[in-house]
Write a protein that binds this ligand. Structure first.
Ligand code: URP
Ligand code: ZN
Ligand code: ZN
Length: 480
């Protein structure tokens, strides 16, 4: 086993910051020590195998992105990042664990869906990975199978109130699945949008000749997110299921979550970088020589981008400060413009939904620190510590303490990152564009360790396919 000392940096955790050295033995953190500590008469730096100088830099636990979709079949195509390309891009951006969604499609057995996801990921990942389970058909068979998921290290499942005929569960199905969630302690994750009403609006808009990508957001009005969020909360209240609402974008949906939390319900919410930085107005204004108004397809995702003028973005940052929203995931679901998004030329409803961001979450949220939106500690909390606690990984992931996996990012606050697709920019995701083109970050991911191995250093990838291992998860640590 080789030993490494990260020395001279400022260790930042969810609870504070201190000048400290971090000692790693093999894959594990074994000490957080006073700078310049002495062991058996000699200083540590001269007795370890490797020393990493982190002077002037932040030493933080690696990011945990609890919502990704590598290779997800969607809208007649599949998300363009494989587990290999997507996890490597994640590493570049300082994320050292992803939780991806295994899928049970309609008519499929849950355990077959899970096995298919293991087959896609095993031996291909650059960083550690875990799974949630999408339940695409709630029936007696899948309800029975769901009870066995915790034994497989899967402690959460996602249901959809949107996408009728594909993934959507009706209220009776949601109720039954939530009863399993209440019995087992598994977290119910909910895509909260009223799909049937949205589908009517989509048809009406298309009939009026409103086919541009912008109308995707018009069709998926915030009222349909608020209504579904409220319904999910009420069903969770009735069953006693813990509820985690994914990709929250509407301020009214946040208000529903906050009200439920205020009466003590186990209800949680995540937002994503796109709802903090991008808006429906920008999507409306998007136009390029290559794509014309179809340029806006780059930002078609569900829930959709919201109107900045209506204050959703502002409210989302505020909610991160007040803990009405507990964490930030990417909902990484990348599609290329050519051959994928362009399936929706002339009909916005055929544009595959999703944005690629797995590489940029840590940077984009760090910019929130620079801009005075969140504190340094809150940055670590919402990108690493809370995701680990929420989904049963904490102790190994999400923290710098003895016994934890040595998943560590050395972040340079004096560095700079130009996000985008072109020359001299960051971009390692398997996409032909960046949804984040032109974003400039006042900081930089310098070095990334994944279970003690340096996988990114000095703008170079040093890891290998298969470094990342499947991690079994326990129940959420936010439940009593
Ligand atoms: O647009 C999105 N969010 N695509 C991925 C699927 C989902 O609903 O999370
Ligand atoms: Zn969703
Ligand atoms: Zn998603």
């Amino acid at each position: 086993m080789s030993t490494t000392l990260i020395t001279g940096g400022t260790v930042v955790t969810a609870t504070g910051r201190s000048e400290a050295d971090v000692l790693i033995d093999g894959e594990t953190i074994v000490g957080v020590l006073n700078p310049g500590s002495v062991l058996l008469g000699s200083d540590l730096a001269s007795s370890v195998d490797h020393v990493i100088d982190a002077k002037g830099k932040y030493v933080i636990p690696g990011g945990v992105d609890a919502h990704t979709h590598m290779e997800l079949p969607f809208g007649g195509t599949a998300a363009s990042d494989t587990f290999e390309t997507g996890t490597r891009a994640a590493a570049w951006g300082g994320t050292t664990t992803i939780i991806d969604f295994a899928v049970q499609t309609f008519g499929q057995k849950v355990m077959d869906g899970l096995a298919a996801w293991h087959a896609k990921a095993a031996g291909n990942c650059a960083i550690d990975y875990a799974f949630h389970q999408i339940i695409g058909e709630v029936n007696d068979d899948s309800l029975a199978a769901m009870k066995k998921l915790p034994d497989e290290g899967i402690s959460s499942f996602k249901l959809f109130m949107a996408y009728p005929g594909v993934f959507m569960s009706d209220d009776a199905q949601i109720f039954k699945a939530m009863q399993v969630s209440a019995d087992t302690g598994m977290m119910t994750m909910m895509h909260a949008e009223n799909g049937p009403v949205i589908d009517v609006i989509v048809k009406q808009l298309l009939a009026q000749g409103k086919t541009d990508p912008y109308y995707h957001g018009v069709a998926r009005a915030w009222q349909m997110e608020e209504e579904a969020t409220h319904r999910a909360i009420m069903l969770a209240n009735l069953t006693g299921a813990p509820l985690y609402v994914v990709h929250v974008s509407a301020k009214q949906a946040v208000e529903q979550l906050a009200a439920a939390r205020d009466i003590g319900q186990n209800v949680f919410g995540e937002t994503c970088p796109q709802y903090l930085y991008l808006s429906l107005e920008e999507q409306l204004g998007a136009e390029s020589a290559e794509w014309g108004k179809f340029e806006g397809a780059k930002w078609v995702c569900s829930t959709p981008l919201r109107s900045k003028a209506e204050g959703h973005q502002h409210h989302m940052w505020q909610s991160l400060r007040t803990n009405d929203i507990q964490m930030v995931s990417t909902d990484h679901c990348p599609f290329c413009m050519k051959g994928q998004k362009d399936l929706g030329l002339g009909d916005f409803s055929k544009i595959p939904n999703g944005i690629g961001s797995v590489e940029h979450r840590m940077d984009l949220l760090y910019q929130g620190v620079v801009d005075g939106q969140i504190s340094l500690e809150r940055w670590v909390e919402i990108t690493s510590t809370t995701p680990a606690r929420m989904f049963g990984l904490y102790g190994k992931k999400g923290v710098i303490q003895p016994g934890a996996d040595a998943d560590i990012v050395i972040y340079d606050p004096q560095g700079h990152t130009s996000i985008g697709y072109g020359e001299g920019k960051t971009h390692h995701m398997n996409m032909d564009h960046s949804a984040w083109e032109g974003f400039e970050i006042d900081g930089h991911v310098d070095t990334v360790l994944s279970r003690g191995k340096v996988v990114i250093d000095n703008n170079e990838y040093l890891g290998a396919k298969g470094d990342g291992k499947f991690v079994k998860r326990g129940l959420s640590q936010y439940l009593i």
